[in-house]
Write a protein that binds this ligand. Structure first.
Ligand code: EPS
Length: 411
């Protein structure tokens, strides 16, 4: 018997080329297609206070090139809802900006921006034209990541009802009131964030974040910050400790660090835990409801122990540097002349932290979907569902687990 293909994806495409392609392999057959949900995430990624003019040009949506039956844009789809077939799922997100540049491609740029992939990319690929490297290193590629993550979300939602939530906790030095936000339910955080231009659940801090972004935009500068991302309804037992590369915290941490501008990841309450003693840090194991699994008194571990999901929400915080396209310029060298100069102004975002929350949701969902697929292999959704529902008590136990009942608002 051959094991079904693992879930994996690759992307192709450039920032100002025709568009971005995502090929996702290993999707089980029978997953109901929800193109509206995928497009909704693509649209959420484009929003966020501090984005630049490019987002006024783009209107991202995922067109399906393969992997569904019937094809969603065919006449057959009117009578039968498209589902995955088990074939690779291929999605295309068009770049509308292509129409603006295709007949008037801009001149080469030879001045690398400190903090961007420009200089290292030029050395690596043997060029002095930064456009050759930044077309692919551009954060435009995160549209493809979000499309893949949205498919991961569909799988998690269909099989386990997993929900992803993200919110901005700090922009520059303006931070949320941690206690006030910790007292909110995931639903309250979600509602507040979706209504906030900076995707922040603390309206007072959000006003100050907006003012800070405005001031930086005026000064020709950029801003970083920090966000929190969480997955609710994650079952016990995803990931593993028997090999280093099965540890789910390592996978999630690595994947979050692959988001452009991400420079740090904290799983759960790692920073505060590292300051305190073990007896105060570790999440107590308490008797469960009659006949049910034990529950936890808190979730400082971020839903992961020994590289395995505990059944509590999986949560992490991600730190973002200010983006590297700084309008007022930074000291650099022109690769064409070797002379000192300043980096040149390019159309840019001022702050991408709000949008990065949507990207981090996609990344977390994807890693959880990969781990779920490993835990419950199967060619079809029906086989995976049977593995979850029957005979596999451990994995069934966490989905509706104790996570939302934790006392005192502690995660
Ligand atoms: C980016 C530069 C900007 C951003 C882009 C990432 O694009 P442009 O060069 O067209 O002004 O808008 O992000 C996106 C296009 C996007 O969709 O997120 C960069 O250099 O990384």
């Amino acid at each position: 018997m051959t094991a079904p293909a693992p879930l994996r994806f690759v992307t192709a495409g450039e920032s100002h080329g025709r568009g971005l392609v995502v090929v996702i392999d290993g999707v089980p057959a029978g997953l109901a297609w929800d193109g509206d949900a995928v497009d909704a995430d693509l649209a959420r990624r484009q929003k966020g206070y501090g984005r630049g003019k490019r987002q006024r040009i783009e209107q991202d949506r995922a067109e399906v090139l393969g992997g569904l039956y019937p094809p969603p844009e065919s006449s057959a789809a009117a009578g039968e809802a498209p589902t995955t077939t088990g074939a690779p799922l291929a999605l295309w997100v068009r770049n509308r900006d292509w129409d603006n540049v295709k007949d008037a491609w801009p001149d080469p740029v030879t001045v690398p921006r400190p903090g961007h992939a420009d200089l290292a990319g030029c050395f690596k690929f043997g060029t002095t034209n930064i456009r050759r490297t930044w077309e692919r290193s551009s954060a435009r590629g995160t549209a493809a990541t979000v499309a893949a993550g949205a498919v991961g979300k569909l799988l998690l939602r269909e099989l386990l009802g997993v929900r992803l939530v993200s919110h901005v906790v700090r922009i520059g030095d303006v931070a949320i009131d941690e206690e006030a936000v910790a007292a909110l339910s995931p639903e309250e955080i979600d509602a507040a964030v979706e209504a906030s231009p900076v995707r922040c659940a603390d309206p007072v801090a959000a006003e100050r974040m907006i003012a800070l972004i405005d001031a930086h935009k005026k000064a020709g500068d950029t801003l970083g910050g920090e966000l929190e991302v969480a997955a609710h309804g994650v079952p016990v037992g995803l990931g593993g400790y028997v090999q280093h590369d099965r540890r789910l915290d390592a996978r999630i941490g690595g994947a979050l660090l692959a988001v452009p501008s991400a420079k740090g990841v904290e799983i759960g309450d790692a920073r505060r835990c590292s300051l305190d003693s073990g007896s105060a840090v570790h999440d107590a194991i308490l008797p469960g409801e009659a006949g049910g699994p034990p529950r936890r008194g808190s979730n400082r571990a971020g839903g992961l122990e020994g590289g395995i999901s505990t059944g509590e929400p999986v949560w992490a915080r991600v730190l973002f540097k200010p983006i590297a396209t700084v309008p007022k310029g930074i000291e650099t060298v022109d690769l064409a002349t070797g002379e000192a100069t300043r980096s040149v102004y390019l159309r840019s975002d001022t702050c991408v932290v709000p949008a990065a929350g949507v990207i981090c949701e996609a990344v977390l969902a994807w890693e959880l979907a990969v781990a779920l697929r490993e835990r419950c292999a199967g060619d079809t959704i029906a086989i995976m569902r049977a593995a979850i529902a029957g005979g596999d008590q451990v994995i069934g136990g966490g989905a509706s687990g104790p996570s939302d009942d934790v006392e005192g608002g502690e995660r």
